[in-house]
Design a protein around this ligand. Structure first.
Ligand code: FES
Length: 166
């Protein structure tokens, strides 16, 4: 052992036998710190999701203005960089809803039936609720895919929802 090694050993007096041992107490402390960190992280994520009222994700896209669709009328559109057909509906209650214009049964185009608050699929007499997209009647197995609609002044924007069929 040379002189430099001696200095190092004096500065850091570690017993090699003890250095390889981790006491139960130290291990328990480590587990508590790691578990606490995970609990805290999950809590922050859950709280963020709970308190966030933003139900939409992705790019908000302007479709038209309120005046472009008369009450009881509709407007077909596609989103940027997409080919999926959608339909924007202005109901008799003055609300706007947007759905994928494709029936969940065999993909026929669906249409709003003015005055009924229902969306119709003429292929096999399927019907959907205009407010929720839920199936009311017929063979469609799932609700229509819905977009989130927001109004800013007279402008109407749509976005994909955080989860499907919200
Ligand atoms: S395709 Fe719409 S009900 Fe069959």
């Amino acid at each position: 052992m040379n002189n430099e090694d001696k200095h190092w050993k004096q500065d850091f007096p570690i017993n090699r036998g003890e250095a390889n041992q981790v006491s139960r107490r130290d291990f328990a402390k480590l587990l508590a710190v790691v578990s606490g960190g995970m609990v805290l992280g999950n809590g922050i994520i859950a709280a963020k999701a709970f308190f966030s009222d933003d139900e939409a994700i992705g790019e908000k896209q302007k479709i038209c203005t309120k005046n472009d669709i008369p009450v009881g009328g509709t407007k077909s559109f596609v989103l940027k960089n997409d080919t999926v057909p959608y339909i924007l509906i202005h109901t008799e209650e003055g609300e706007f809803y947007a759905y994928e214009q494709k029936c969940t049964h065999l993909s026929c185009a669906v249409y709003y039936k003015p005055g009924t608050m229902k969306i119709e699929c003429p292929c096999h007499n399927g019907w959907f609720d205009v407010k929720t997209g839920e199936v009311l009647q017929g063979p469609p197995p799932r609700p229509l895919k819905k977009l989130v609609v927001t109004l800013q002044g007279d402008d109407i924007f749509v976005q994909h929802p955080k989860t499907e069929n919200v």
